[in-house]
Design a protein around this ligand. Sequence first.
Ligand code: AMP
Ligand code: ZN
Length: 470
Amino acid sequence: MKLYNTLTHSIEEFLPNTPETVKMYTCGPTVYHFAHIGNLRTYISEDILEKSLKYVGYYVTRAMNITDVGHLTSDSDSGTDKMVDSAIKEHKSVLEIAEYYTKAFFDDCEKLNIRKPDIVSKATDNIDFYIKIIENLLEKGYAYASNGNIYFDITKVDDYYRLTNHKIDEMVVGVRDGVEEDAGKRNQGDFVLWFTKSKFQDQELKWESPFGVGYPGWHIECTGISIKYLGEYLDIHCGGVDNIFPHHTNEIAQSESYLGHKWCNYWFHGEHLNLKDTKMSKSKGNIITVSTLIEEGYNPLSYRFMCLMSHYRKILEFSFDSLNSSQNAYLKLLNRISMISSQGEFQDAAFKDYNEKFMDSLKDDLNTANAITVLYDVIKDDSLTGKTKLELIRSFDKVFSLDLISEKHDAIHPQHEEIMSLIEKRAELKKEHRFTEADGIRDELASRGIELVDTREGTIYKIKEMGDIK
Ligand code: AMP
Ligand code: ZN
């Protein structure tokens, strides 16, 4: 398996510490709001990574945190806690907010066929362990107390900026965020391990500690949860590209200072999903959620399909127009598969041959678009029996997780192609202002139990009798 490693800035052969077993850590959601489809793109990429590793033969144990404390509105340790802000806005307690949005997150993951990691741990469930790590960092001189907070001194580690490819002065957090320098810090790039002072009066959740009553910083949560549940040697750590700095940079600094040795060999980062030229962000409020997709008449798996058609390290520009094309392509694909009947002998050699090609695509830094091409090649290959085709598709779907073969196929109309061409014809008629004829097509389809839904960027159909296409 070849993967791009952010740590070495190159594509490398992936070699875990122990042959055949992989310890994988994923930065989980900050549960102050619904996850947007950008966040979920990252979780889809990580899901594909986990399933690909398993597909090529590894035994994977994966852990993820749920950030329910300590993630401030600015990366530079200033601002307020996102959870507290949300609780005030929604007139709920922080724990109620966390519980509500954690459930919403996993519901969304389920709709996108994203597997829940083996270990999921809330940041607030591991406070004692963070305290232990911080005490150790203080003893060894990596951390210091100042102005009520405990800070990590970034000058105490070699090559603090190794994960980024940037010049040091561009990366110093305070400079980048354009915020006032924290007078308590020895160096502008130092970060908080434990807060007691900063915005303390608003903080609903706080814990006793040897450093005073307070709460942990965001970065220490991932270090703590990863080491506690996956041990001292991590094989691969994942997140979105925005996590590279400062979050993952800080995780490396504090984890390796605590452990006294190298911690994680491979760093996997998913590129962002953008809306035109802007990054989708929960704090900016320009978000599209899985519920938005469903409300607009889309099958969430069309979005998963769209993500798989692009490479995880390339920015993906989102528009309803492109989602519409993805949905049409996805439904067409399901329709073609539903027409394959399980006939003939199972062809062992052909199965192995195609399976090899499929694995080669995954091993090529998760080239999912190529893997989908292999799927289309299987469907098109007249020398394959129906039985072999279906076995291959079923097997590939362990990674794709697109419900390619499932009962949900009943929801795909057998006359899909015809319906799609009627939809196109109706759109043309509407363009020509021939509305009566256009309505005629809609009514004719309605009489067959097919409801047309005009979404922002085009029309899709739902099957009334069998329930909506999910
Ligand atoms: P958060 O809930 O803000 O902590 O973010 C959860 C995950 O989503 C992190 O791994 C982020 O790196 C990732 N993320 C944030 N914004 C985007 C985006 N626009 N596209 C893809 N991933 C994102
Ligand atoms: Zn993290």
